[in-house]
Each structure stands twice: as structure tokens, then as C-alpha cells.
Design a protein around this ligand. Structure first.
Ligand SMILES: Cc1cc2nc3c(=O)[nH]c(=O)nc-3n(C[C@H](O)[C@H](O)[C@H](O)COP(=O)(O)O)c2cc1C
Length: 168
């Protein structure tokens, strides 16, 4: 995928809320504006990379892009699970991510347990792969230090928060 690493940011919006409740794996959804700007060569599937909420610490993340075949969603989504235990949810805050690698296609499963097991495998794979020097380097990228922290920080000198950045 030519477009990797792919940098983007956007406000966290509400998904169906199943991530936390049913799966025990909370996910932060990007708005349509971010999903619609994905380059054509970024296929649906599961990715790993780095993420930061409102200019905070940078954590490992896994992301699912697509229609969630297990739930048969009709709308394409980009859902990020930040690999860190947060005390509170972060709806309305700005999530900045860099997608650095691809893990697998999205698929359906026979049971919720199988979906959860697959996601946990993705998390383990992401944790390992992100220790590679070429991936650790992206954690230091100035994209994260220059990221607007709140939806209202748009001015002439900063990137509009709904704007997609790549190759910055
Ligand atoms: C790493 C990761 C892998 C995922 N893989 C799949 C998958 O293969 N098939 C699928 O239907 N959904 C997959 N999902 C999406 C979950 O089904 C989704 O996050 C969950 O339904 C919560 O969505 P909600 O926040 O809109 O409620 C994955 C999510 C993550 C974070």
C-alpha cells in the first residue's frame, strides 16, 4: 500500500457503542469526513499504528476499516482501539493516528467470542510489530506534537481539525 504510513486526525464521534459493551474492547470512531478521504489503495481491513488523544501520550493502536461483516454494517467506518486503559471515554476530542501496517482483511465470525479472540490476536501482533525500529521512528514524528488538541483550535497557523494530513 503506497499510502502507508498514513497520517490522519479527526474528532471522535459515537459509533454503535458495541465496542465497550459487547466486546470489552472500546473503539473510537472517526467522522465520515475522515473515512471518505481515505486513499483508494488503503483497502478495508485491520491496521496497526500509533495514536494520541488531544495531544496526549502516544500509544500503540489497532484500527478496523470497513463494514464490520460480523455486524453487517451498511456504513463504512474507521474504528481505532487505543492500546491503553483510559479512565474516561473521549468523544468530542481529537484523535491523531498514523497507520503504519496492515494485519488482515475484515471477516465475519461464527460467534462473538471468535471475533473477540481475533481482535486480541490483532492487538498482540500490533504490540510486537510496532517495536520494529522503522515503526518506533514514526512514534517520534512531529505530526503528533503539532496536532491540534481540541476541535476548536483551528486558525490560520494550524491544520483544520477535520482536515486529513498525509505526507505532512
Ligand atoms: C482490531 C480490530 C479488528 C476488528 N476486526 C473485525 C472483523 O474482522 N470483523 C468485524 O465484523 N468487525 C471487526 N472489528 C470491528 C468490531 O466489530 C467493532 O469495533 C465493534 O462492532 C464496535 O463497533 P461500534 O463502536 O460501532 O459499536 C474489529 C475491530 C478492531 C478494533
Amino acid at each position: 500500500m503506497r499510502s502507508l504510513p498514513y497520517f490522519c486526525r479527526g474528532e471522535v464521534v459515537r459509533g454503535f457503542g458495541r465496542g465497550s459493551k459487547e466486546l470489552g474492547i472500546p473503539t473510537a470512531n472517526f467522522p465520515d469526513s475522515v473515512v471518505e478521504h481515505l486513499p483508494a489503495d488503503i483497502s478495508t481491513g485491520i491496521y496497526y499504528g500509533w495514536a494520541s488523544v488531544s495531544n496526549g501520550d502516544i500509544y500503540k493502536m489497532v484500527m478496523s476499516i470497513g463494514w464490520n461483516p460480523y455486524y453487517k454494517n451498511t456504513k463504512k467506518s474507521m474504528e481505532t482501539h487505543v492500546i491503553h486503559k483510559f479512565k474516561e471515554d473521549f468523544y468530542g476530542q481529537i484523535l491523531s493516528v498514523v497507520m503504519v501496517g496492515y494485519i488482515r482483511p475484515e471477516r465475519s465470525f461464527d460467534s462473538l467470542e471468535d471475533l473477540i479472540a481475533a481482535i486480541n490476536n490483532d492487538i498482540e501482533e500490533a504490540k510486537q510489530k510496532l517495536e520494529l525500529p522503522e515503526h518506533l521512528k514514526l512514534r517520534e514524528d512531529n505530526f503528533f506534537t503539532t496536532a491540534p488538541g481540541t476541535p476548536s483550535t483551528t486558525n490560520a497557523n494550524t491544520t483544520p481539525t477535520q482536515t486529513i494530513m498525509n505526507g505532512h
